[in-house]
Write a protein that binds this ligand. Structure first.
Ligand code: SF4
Ligand code: SF4
Length: 560
């Protein structure tokens, strides 16, 4: 199986044909169920058919336009005929069902048509994506006679390792919470994708594998059939749930998808478990609403004392004593920076998660042991699990009520909305170090590895707005130091200058630290910028009028 997929995946045209084969089966099932010539408009589409249509509509254009496929098509007229005609035929077959779904009005669900109209209105008259259709909310309420009995053909994702790239570091089995780590059987792969995200050699691809049948689970008290051999998240997606990477988008928030942050955790068999990595199993009970009083959980690691501090540490404290901060690092991140400087924390999903109180107690012990007054949390990305972070800060404040205690959050600031910042301050945060990874979306995408332009734009805007808001609202109450990561291959100097101008307009006295990227993770080819180069970048920023610029260099920090 692995060899076959590896061989096929190297040939995009075959991928298209495999997709056609798959669609042939799935279209056949839909055609048989609903009738292609006269679709039954009164019959609601079942959730797995909705998902098939959704995937089809999304993929068909992409596949037709894929340049490598086009190149091969033009040199293979026979294949052109085969591929194009098959895709055209599927599109014709699928179209009536999509329309029938959009127009569907059942006497049992009178609100649905209005919901469709509302959704169309919100999208400017266009049909909303099927995955976000308002009918999702009704899916879990309906019974689908037969769906629990009939095994449905489906595809699932599996991880495929490229032996030519793999360096046998075993990160994919020891750092990430891999469901097949013990058995090492391909069929135990749930397709969670954590190993593909964490592999420093980029040796793992997610491919389509054969379905493993269906299992029955209970979701919010209702028995439903879902694909076997997948994660709880994928099972819920199959049922129409959506998982967003930005707060408020989708039914559930799943930003890291490697098991670290715990933001996607649901009550699974009575315990809080991350839906992105937990394998679904027959008879499993899933609750999407957490019972009252459930404590959030998050993996944190690497308790240590820092002599230099982080971006959000005031410059004046540098060198004042051997250690100035106790720090801990939260696992999981919403970004995918190829040069991640802390990637063994970012992708660490095997750490047993802690409650906020457990983490706060441990931090308090560390603070006392190290004899410091500052307590920092960094990452990974510390802010992804909002309930956890707020409770952690509250507990920390309760355990450390002395006026000298400082509570410092280092963050990429990509999800720090204004209300989130207000809550952090209310919970006890006293110092914050937001990073600004560029001014232009293209730069942000290059630095962070986020390939979705819309998502990257929202992340970048949010981080700048957080800095602006903190300066406007909390200046004098909260200490803020801003970080700007730098490497000539990732961000041009001209953009650094424009960032300096923008920060100067916010507050010329703001502390700014330029961070030199060292070779790490997937960018081991990056040469660390020379000390002189970092001095010049610092000069660019001070030239904009900023008064407190620090440059991190191989020879130590260059201060104001
Ligand atoms: S993490 Fe990547 S390089 Fe390391 S063993 Fe796994 S596949 Fe190989
Ligand atoms: S980490 Fe997830 S995707 Fe990778 S092999 Fe394990 S179960 Fe499969």
């Amino acid at each position: 199986m692995i060899r076959e997929l590896e061989y096929y995946s190297a040939i995009p045209l075959i991928r298209v044909e495999r997709y056609c084969d798959q669609m042939e089966k799935e279209c056949g099932e839909i055609r048989e169920r609903y009738g292609v010539d006269a679709p039954d408009y009164g019959k609601p589409l079942e959730p797995h058919h909705q998902r098939i249509l959704d995937r089809f509509v999304k993929n068909i254009q992409v596949l037709c336009r894929e340049p490598s496929v086009k190149g091969q098509i033009s040199s293979h007229p026979l294949r052109e005929y085969t591929v194009i005609s098959r895709l055209d035929r599927f599109e014709q077959e699928i179209h009536p069902f999509r329309e029938s779904f959009l127009r569907h009005e059942s006497p049992d669900t009178p609100g649905q048509e209005q919901g469709v109209r509302d959704a169309r209105h919100r999208t400017g008259g266009r049909s909303p994506p099927l995955s976000r259709m308002p009918s999702r909310s009704t899916l879990m309420d309906r019974k689908y006679p037969g769906s629990l009995r009939q095994p449905i053909h489906h595809i699932r994702r599996i991880a495929v390792r490229d032996p030519d790239r793999c360096e046998f570091c075993e990160i994919c089995e020891t750092l990430v919470p891999c469901a097949r780590a013990e058995s090492r059987r391909v069929e135990d792969c749930t397709g969670c994708g954590a190993c593909a995200a964490a592999c420093p050699q980029e040796a793992i691809r997610m491919e389509e594998g054969e379905g493993a049948g269906m299992v029955t689970v209970t979701v919010d008290g209702e028995g439903v059939a879902v694909p076997a051999g997948v994660t709880v998240q994928q099972a819920l997606e199959y049922l129409g749930h959506t998982f967003g990477r930005f707060p408020g988008e989708g039914d559930h928030f799943a930003p890291c998808r490697t098991g670290g942050c715990g933001a996607c955790a649901l009550a699974i068999d009575g315990a809080l478990r991350q839906s992105c990595i937990t394998p679904v199993r027959d008879g499993m009970e899933i609750r999407t609403e957490l019972p009252a009083g459930t404590f959030p959980l998050r993996a944190v690691t690497g308790w240590t004392g820092l002599g230099v501090g982080g971006v959000g540490t005031p410059w004046q404290l540098q060198g004042s004593r051997p250690l100035i901060e106790a720090a801990v690092f939260a696992c999981g991140c919403n970004l995918r920076c190829p040069q991640c400087q802390n990637w063994t924390v970012t992708y660490r999903g095997v750490e047993p998660p802690l409650t906020p109180r457990e983490a706060a107690v441990r931090m308090t012990v560390e603070r006392r042991r190290l004899g410091v007054s500052r307590m920092a949390i960094s990452g990974g990305e510390a802010t992804l699990n909002r309930p956890w972070l707020l409770r952690y800060l509250e507990e920390l404040l309760r355990l450390n009520p002395d006026p000298g205690a400082r509570f410092h959050v280092d963050t990429n600031a990509t999800i720090l909305s204004r209300d989130y910042l207000d809550s952090l301050v209310e919970a006890g945060m006293t110092d914050i170090g937001p990073d600004l990874k560029g001014l232009r979306t293209e730069t942000f995408m290059a630095i962070t590895g986020i390939s979705d332009t819309g998502l990257a734009t929202r992340y970048l805007r949010t981080s700048w707005d957080a800095v602006r808001y903190l300066s406007d609202r909390y200046s004098g109450r909260i200490f803020m130091g801003v970080g700007i990561p730098y490497h000539p291959l990732l961000i041009p100097r001209e953009e650094i200058t424009r960032m300096g101008d923008a920060l100067c307009r916010i507050d010329p006295g703001i502390q700014v630290t330029v961070l030199d990227y060292r070779p790490a993770f997937r960018r081991r080819d990056l040469a660390r910028p020379a000390v002189q180069e970092m001095r010049e970048v610092r000069a660019l920023l001070t030239g904009t009028g900023l008064r407190m610029v620090i440059s991190q260099t191989a020879a130590g920090p260059l201060g104001p």
